[in-house]
Design a protein around this ligand. Structure first.
Ligand code: AMP
Ligand code: GLY
Length: 423
């Protein structure tokens, strides 16, 4: 069949790389894609939220399956758009409908969902500009640090963690009254701070059954030793060494199963990935957040470990037969290290030529903010390329990625030299 992937990051290059290996895929398209996806697919210059142009392409290229990479089109209802259009309604869309995408689109919706289904998470209350005084009072009842979350999508920047009560009150005012994150902070969730180590769990569901993919951990901060500003992710490892079998069983029993059951009870149709951000508090998992898509750069370590044909899995998800699929995982460790433009996550320059990509042998370079220009690969974003390697141990895989990176260069290239330091 012909397949379209929506998105343009390292995650989407990894999807395209994996899908292109499937005998079930005839022609593969990526919109808008990057220099990496153009190696394995045809890029279409279409924005992921231009539903009209996506429709035209789906008809023109006889596309039968659409795999949605990022959250924006899902939260804006791309799956519903397909279902409500006679020409598109038989196309299989991998990604939840708008109502369920609210698990990522609204923090308050996600918290209410977890409360309703007894899924362990931090206790919380939410506030608007009308109830800001109640918000101040609530902050006074909490111990620092204070966790403030913009309710809506804020490009990963909407969570603030503050040590000081006065600062927390000031930020609450900026979010609610001064629209610090635009409309996304018209409502703010204030929650209990959870102290522990983070990991992520990835679930596939057809709305009825589920399969759990390998765990992964990303490194969010720009600086070594997990310091400095938050980024989209500077590297990732899979599996997560501290996720023992006993702990994974707790995640499945207390979180994954109640989540899929909860979606059913609430009549929220869901065909897609559920990315559950977790924190290990003592010996127990608690949910920090839901995302309705795969993580980036977690995809760059999770999908390479998947041995099963990804298109066969997606087909089964679309048909409601996921329970018949056997998920096979490569037992080796996978790690990825993200090369970024100097200055990221603040201002940075683009258009720098990336040298050495074709000399990489022991790793897989997944392109992110990289584009072809005059037959050269040039930088086009903050996160430029994720260098993934396998190893019998995490250390071996990490070493391979760093050796590959030694062959790569572009002006002001930066990467963390300590990915995996804590393992
Ligand atoms: P989120 O955008 O919800 O993933 O939050 C961003 C980051 O803030 C998470 O990856 C955590 O490191 C941190 N965080 C969010 N909520 C809490 C919490 N309740 N307690 C401690 N850290 C949190
Ligand atoms: N790496 C975190 C995310 O994709 O949200």
């Amino acid at each position: 069949m012909n397949i379209l992937v929506l998105g343009s990051g390292g995650r989407e290059h990894t999807f395209a790389w994996k899908i292109s290996k499937s005998p079930l895929c005839k022609s593969l398209f990526v919109a808008p894609g990057n220099s990496g996806t153009s190696e394995v697919a045809t890029n279409l210059p279409i924005s992921v939220t231009d539903f009209g142009a996506i429709k035209e392409a789906v008809i023109k290229y006889d596309i039968e399956m659409v795999v949605v990479g990022p959250e924006d089109p899902l939260v804006q209802g791309v799956h519903d758009f397909f279902l409500n259009d006679d020409a598109l309604k038989n196309v299989s869309v991998i990604g939840p409908q708008k109502a369920a995408a609210e698990l990522e689109g609204s923090k308050e919706f996600a918290k209410e969902f977890m409360q309703r289904h007894n899924i362990p998470t931090a206790s919380y209350q939410s506030f608007t500009s009308e109830t800001i005084n109640d918000g101040y009072n609530f902050l006074e009842t909490l111990q620092p640090p204070y966790v403030l979350k913009a309710d809506g999508l804020a490009a990963g920047k909407g969570v603030l963690i503050l040590d000081n009560l006065e600062e927390a009150k000031k930020e609450l005012k900026q979010m609610l009254i001064d629209s610090k994150f635009g409309n996304a902070s018209a409502k703010v969730v204030i929650e209990e701070f959870l102290d522990g180590i983070e990991l992520s769990c990835f679930v596939l569901t057809d709305g009825e059954d589920y399969k759990i993919l390998p765990t992964a951990k990303d490194y969010k901060r720009i600086g070594e030793g997990d310091t400095g500003l938050n980024t989209g992710g500077m590297g990732a490892v899979s599996p997560v060494p501290f996720a023992t079998e006993d702990f994974l069983n707790k995640i499945e029993d207390r979180i994954v199963r109640p989540t899929v059951e909860g979606l059913k009870k609430d009549n929220l149709p869901y065909v897609g990935f559920i990315f559950i951000g977790l924190i290990k508090v003592g010996d127990d998992p608690k949910v920090i957040e839901y995302n309705v898509r795969m993580g980036d750069p977690e995809t760059e370590v999770v999908l390479p470990r998947l041995k099963t044909d990804l298109v066969a899995i997606f087909e089964a998800m679309g048909n409601g037969t996921l329970s018949n699929i056997n998920i096979e995982i490569d037992q080796r460790a996978a790690t990825t290290i993200m090369l970024v433009s100097g200055g990221y996550p603040e201002a940075y320059e683009k258009g720098k030529e990336i040298n050495g990509v074709d000399t990489i042998q022991d790793s897989i370079p997944f392109h992110a903010g990289a584009q072809l220009k005059d037959n050269k690969i040039v930088t086009s974003g903050g996160r430029v390329m994720a260098i993934t390697s396998f190893g019998e141990t995490h250390q071996e895989a990490i070493k391979k990625s760093y050796q590959s990176i030694d062959r790569l260069s572009f002006d002001k290239m930066y990467y963390r030299k300590d990915i995996g330091f804590d393992l």
